[in-house]
Write a protein that binds this ligand. Sequence first.
Ligand SMILES: *[C@@H]1O[C@H](CO)[C@@H](O)[C@H](O)[C@H]1NC(C)=O
Ligand SMILES: *[C@@H]1O[C@H](CO)[C@@H](O)[C@H](O)[C@H]1NC(C)=O
Ligand SMILES: *[C@@H]1O[C@H](CO)[C@@H](O)[C@H](O)[C@H]1NC(C)=O
Length: 339
Amino acid sequence: MAAVLELIAGSYEQIAFGYQVNTDGEEWTAKANFTHHAHTASISAAAASERFVVTGSKDETIQLYDMKKKTEHGALLHHDGTITCLEFYGSSHLLSGGEDGLICVWSTKKWECLKSIKAHHGHVTSLSVHPSGKLALSVGTDKTLRTWNLINGRSAFIKNIKQNAHIVRWSPDGDKYVAVVNDKVNIYDLETASVTGTVTNPKRISSVKFLNNSILAVAGDDEIVRFCDLGKEKWVCEFKAHETRVKAVDSFVMEDYCVLELESPTLLGEVNTTARLTCLAVWKPSSVQQTAEEPASEATTSEELAQELSKKKRVRIVAEEVVLEDESKPKKKKKGGGK
Ligand SMILES: *[C@@H]1O[C@H](CO)[C@@H](O)[C@H](O)[C@H]1NC(C)=O
Ligand SMILES: *[C@@H]1O[C@H](CO)[C@@H](O)[C@H](O)[C@H]1NC(C)=O
Ligand SMILES: *[C@@H]1O[C@H](CO)[C@@H](O)[C@H](O)[C@H]1NC(C)=O
């Protein structure tokens, strides 16, 4: 039986492509299922949940597609600038970041903006939600890496990284994260929030994806995709993926393909969209993680955050507008809510 799997790609030509992948047989085939032309400028970001695909654009909108009904589901209008990053948390929330410096937290039930956070002075370039759903990381053109408590929308701590990182990602276990600056992957430890290692790609990096908690796939301005072992800080595998540059890399887990081999992988299939692609998402309704709405409290240091992440608590998400406070003022430390 063919798995339900669809590849979504955004393009400079304003069009989002959907390809249904037939995974029967040795060679996979991709069949065009839809093209959406809802944006009026190039597409800059894409993400998929169990039910929805979202694309963000230079036209400052986020377009929604209902993958079950295969229909357009409207647009999310809140940002005042190019949408730079989109990430679902489970099937309940979507986070968006933009060149307006905002991070918005959207409920996927009514598609309302639950929180609008003034996250960076300058652009938000990338964000990543911790696997627990309690906090998120963001990087921006103000040379900072910020940690967000997703419940109160406040900054938990700010790290001046002295350079503009353009990608930030939590590892699947949430014990470490990576921040990418040009051709360098800096590996951070959650508890100390300090760099524990750095690996350098031969070219500027465009996209990274954790394959498991220690192997990171890295792609950039050459035709090669490389796998890095973050523990050893070593490249362990590489293969030619495209003719010139690689814009985006993604991965997913499928039964029958559960062993990660560090040998040159086999090409299962390819498709020529004839467009200049900018971003990629995999829609696979059967592989969705469960959402835990367990927020962090007012942790202000990375050690406190690490401790918070191991606690269990249940708090309702409330809608509120949050503005970034002047971080030069010392923050008041609150007592942990009844703990
Ligand atoms: C797209 O996929 C849906 C659901 O599988 C199917 O009903 C529809 O016919 C497909 N459309 C095209 C143009 O292949
Ligand atoms: C990740 O995959 C590699 C290659 O299969 C394996 O050697 C390694 O132990 C895995 N690491 C984790 C943390 O699962
Ligand atoms: C994709 O298709 C276009 C138009 O048919 C063609 O010009 C181009 O060379 C193809 N690209 C690849 C990599 O096959």
